[in-house]
Design a protein around this ligand. Structure first.
Ligand SMILES: *Cc1c(COP(=O)(O)O)cnc(C)c1O
Length: 219
């Protein structure tokens, strides 16, 4: 049973890193997965899920939420400021605050609605031009900007470049978080979540290792 196996591996990685049991939250990344696979994982008791598109999440989660108590949804993909209101209604945590425009939109909506999801700032640790995120050199200033907007910052998130050793990126993210007094670290996916836990991850985002390979959308 993949979910149980992943949970066992997380527990073992926590122990080996000297972390407290339960220090790491498993986010089951259900994007693009067939509904019956998601439902099977809900039936095994998993309640924390990640989606990378607002529209896709809006299509499946309202129904699951009426049928399963205690679902906690995390947005792990890019957020357009024109989707921010919808995202705020759907998600408990947003991992992809990646530019001032999004921070400002969230702050304005938080004022209007009287609540705001917990937030992670996405850092482009590999400085990849095609990838979202704040550059490492601009991260401290952006953290300060988000704090000045009174946003509920939980920590930092990164997606390392595919062709590089992820541990270097995890260590860099942990260092930026520590010097800014942030405790949340969203890092680690199917192929490297144990490494991420060793380097301080508090949230790991695991998709294919739980659900199987993502099925491409029908043409
Ligand atoms: C898809 C995705 C994941 C999960 O990736 P797997 O390799 O399937 O575990 C994690 N984080 C983000 C941001 C993603 O888009």
């Amino acid at each position: 049973m993949p979910l149980e196996e992943i949970k066992t591996r997380i527990t073992k990685a926590e122990a080996e890193a000297g972390r407290a049991p339960g220090a790491v939250k498993l986010i089951a990344v259900s994007k693009v997965q067939p509904l019956e696979r998601v439902e099977a994982v809900l039936d095994q008791g998993q309640r924390v899920f990640g989606e990378n598109r607002v529209q896709e999440a809006a299509g499946k989660w309202p129904d699951f939420k009426t049928r399963y108590d205690g679902v906690e949804l995390h947005l792990i993909g890019p957020l357009q400021s024109n989707k921010a209101r919808q995202a705020m209604g759907l998600f408990d945590v947003i991992h992809s605050v990646d530019r001032p425009k999004v921070a400002t939109a969230l702050a304005r909506l938080a004022q209007e609605e009287g609540h705001c999801p917990a937030l992670f700032i996405q850092v482009n640790t590999g400085e990849e031009p095609q990838k979202a995120g704040i550059l490492p050199s601009e991260a401290d200033a952006f953290v300060a900007e988000c704090r000045a907007l009174d946003l509920p910052l939980m920590g930092l998130m990164c997606i390392p470049p595919v062709d590089e050793e992820s541990s270097l990126h995890f260590a860099l993210l942990a260092k930026i978080a520590a010097r800014n007094g942030l405790t949340g670290l969203s890092m680690g996916m199917s192929s490297d979540f144990e490494t991420a836990i060793a380097l301080g991850a508090t949230h790991v985002r695991v998709g294919s290792a739980i659900f199987g390979e993502r099925v491409p959308p029908a043409a």
